[in-house]
Design a protein around this ligand. Sequence first.
Ligand SMILES: Cc1ncc(COP(=O)(O)O)c(C=O)c1O
Length: 457
Amino acid sequence: MRPPVILKTTSFFDSSYSSPSDRRLSTLANHFVCAHNPMASHDSISASPTAAFDSVFAQIVRAPEDPILGVTVAYNKDPSPVKLNLGVGAYRTEEGKPLVLNVVRRVEQQLVNDVSRNKEYIPITGLADFNKLSAKLIFGSDSPAVQENRVTTVQGLSGTGSLRVGGEFLAKHYHQRTIYLPTPTWGNHPKVFTLAGLSVKAYRYYAPSTRGLDFEGLLEDLSSAPSGSIVLLHACAHNPTGVDPTLEQWEQIRQLIRSKALLPFFDSAYQGFASGSLDADAQPVRLFVADGGELLVAQSYAKNMGLYGERVGALSIVCKSSDVASRVESQLKLVIRPMYSSPPIHGASIVAAILKDGNLYNEWTIELKAMADRIISMRQQLFDALVARGTPGDWSHIIRQIGMFTFTGLNSEQVSFMTNEYHIYMTSDGRISMAGLSSKTVPHLADAIHAAVTRVV
Ligand SMILES: Cc1ncc(COP(=O)(O)O)c(C=O)c1O
């Protein structure tokens, strides 16, 4: 039997076949093959790579890699044994390995062994226990807002999904559509809120000259925001700068926001990660809740419970009365239902089990503090290593900044130099994830920074 004849052609996505006339020609060629070779069925052709010729997506241009996730893509391609990925915001052990918390492993075992559990859909708003406990975690167990049922909490797809649901809810139901984001901010914020239907504006946050907070600029920009505007605030461990306001500064920000009737939307992706204390890191949010005013909070359990890929988070909206809160919740359901119907069960079950049980909760806080402490010690070690090398410049911001990231102040040319010469990967804005460092890799990073600042101006 003769094998079917299949035209050897280039993929339709290749530029040589990009014009419509080329496409028509290739389709005609396929018909010709079928018509003149009885063994070449349409099936054999459509199962071959030539099927790409007829793609209705042929005009699609390749999108750029995500600036943060793209760092990992480049890192993975580098064969160097000394390569170091400081781009991604995920915790690593001293050995450079991802960490699953012991308490999480233990609870997962319990969940798996519990034969009474099933995989039924959970409600649109998620697990009720998880929601209640998440609200208590961020607002405090004695929070009047929680006790008076003025808070509605829905389970979300980690921090990102919770921000997105909050954004869409505001775009549909709130009288102001403008959200102010700090400059700089997490790269996904502008995209999340724009696609949610809000209009994005910026307020000053970081002062490159001091590598600290531009507090005057922040107050000035928020003072001139139209009344009612939404303001995105990083609850703690600001990403990417690692610069947080002091509690006194938070108090001034609160007074300004309330006096101008702005609506605060907190992004809490690092509770417990900044200081090692869940309560201390929640102080800014609690300051705003204590005044009785309204606000939104998106929580993520990616970092503080290491549940990155489980996508566990929550959106809470604090209202003035329980009646308003329950009407808000009814509308949140209408946002969620057509988006993903209902959230996943597994990760939220782990979180609920840990938050519910005193012993598991204590075990979690110990493991969380160990992660935060390791990051803080990496800051000190990197600072000491730069001082020991006599690296030009003031590096005290490394120990002043807080949370997962250090905003080094290195420029994009210096970053490229460090990647090319030292195989160190980070975002081009000079942000490094302290969680990706270890005592073993600090000297390599310090050598690279020293070389970058002395050789690349
Ligand atoms: C400031 C900030 N918000 C939200 C997120 C969302 O993370 P996730 O969707 O993984 O919970 C991140 C993650 O890096 C972040 O840094």
